[in-house]
Design a binder for this molecule. Structure first.
Ligand code: TLP
Length: 346
């Protein structure tokens, strides 16, 4: 049975071209700055995001952690969304390893944080308070159904930050999905951030790796923190080679994932007992809900799994499906058929 794994775009496997590039890559010791392939990837990432420099990290989690620890010292405060990945799913690393104090603000359904709420969260200079140093945005905003933050919104946050002497970091794990959905150059988004982290290992299908992009000075600081976190990776050109293919070949095809997500959402909307807000499906994520009294969430996930369709449960009645490289329109139709059968309609 062909397994249709829609739990996440992190399950993507490398393309044949990536495998080839990985085996052909010239290598060196990256901790000495001597891995030519890692250096090439970092230069490419910097160029694509319009930043002077970039740094390869093993994961998105380490990219955000190293970036935030570069911006903030112990006891400093970061303003970030209550639905942000950094706050919810990064094991509290910024507090555990950096002593950085998270100040959460509600994420609106469209993924933004209200500007007046950000402004109100910025601390005055007072011995009672931590020092506010940084505002973090997430684009696309995963838990807000893959919502896209626009360049205009990002510009207004950057403007607010500048007026208060704060930095802006963007968790852009899926920032290329945002750019593709908006039909803009990713630089229109990244220009409003002091630092941006993006992932190679999600929709771009590389097996491992994320990049932090920023100024030369910032990246030099982040490189030191990456080393302290154990993220100095020696002959990491092996993974960087796949990352180069990801950036050169896999960005434009993200549009196919968005079309497939739309097809999936429209199909789910037709299934009795399930609901989905079609207006929220703008990138590669479909969040949907189960009406009370039919199946339990666990039963839905298990029965779909038995039919070879994997999805992620988020709480008792909410679910996430993510489209990605390797998922074709026919797979969407098969998944919908399985969902109809499990819900008793076919
Ligand atoms: N997200 C994963 C899970 O951790 C939830 C997923 O399946 O979506 N930022 C954002 C916005 C993310 O969605 C993720 C991973 C990360 C950072 C962390 O990246 P990794 O997994 O490389 O540490």
């Amino acid at each position: 049975m062909r397994i249709i794994d829609l739990r996440s775009d992190t399950v993507t496997l490398p393309t044949p071209e990536m495998h080839q590039a990985m085996s052909d890559a010239p290598l060196g010791d990256d901790v000495f700055g001597e891995d030519p392939t890692a250096n090439r990837l970092e230069a490419l990432a910097a160029e694509r995001t319009g930043k002077p420099a970039a740094l390869l990290t093993p994961s998105g989690t380490m990219a955000n952690l190293a970036a935030i620890l570069t911006h903030c010292g112990r006891g400093d405060e970061v303003i970030l969304g209550d639905q942000s990945h950094t706050f919810r799913y990064e094991a509290g690393g910024i507090s555990a390893f950096g002593g950085v104090h998270p100040h959460t603000i509600k994420n609106q359904p469209d993924g933004t944080m209200a500007l007046d709420e950000i402004a109100a969260a910025i601390r005055p200079d007072d011995v009672h308070f931590p020092r506010t140093r940084l505002i973090c945005l997430e684009n696309t905003q995963n838990r807000c159904r893959g919502a896209v933050l626009t360049p205009e919104y990002m510009a207004s946050v950057a403007d607010l930050a500048a007026r208060h002497g704060l930095a802006v970091h963007v968790d852009g794990a899926r920032i290329f999905n945002a750019a593709v959905a908006l039909g803009c150059d990713v630089r229109q988004l990244t220009q409003h951030a002091d630092s941006v982290a993006f992932c190679l290992s999600k929709g771009l299908a590389a097996p491992v790796g994320s990049l932090i992009c920023g100024s030369q000075e910032f990246i030099a600081g982040a490189r030191r923190i990456r080393k302290a976190l154990g993220g100095g990776m020696r002959q990491c050109g092996v993974i960087a080679a796949a990352g180069i293919v990801a950036l050169e070949r896999m960005v434009d095809r993200l549009a196919d994932d968005h079309v497939n997500a739309r097809r999936l959402a429209e199909g789910i909307a037709q299934i009795e007992g399930l609901s989905v807000d079609l207006d929220t499906v703008v990138t590669n994520m479909v969040y949907f809900y189960l009406e009370a009294g039919r199946l339990t969430g666990d039963q839905l996930v298990r029965r779909l799994d038995e039919k070879g369709v994997k999805c992620l449960a988020l709480g008792a009645v909410g679910f996430r499906m993510v489209t990605h490289y390797g998922i074709e329109p026919a797979d969407i139709d098969t998944a919908l058929q399985a969902m109809r059968a499990v819900m008793g309609g076919a």
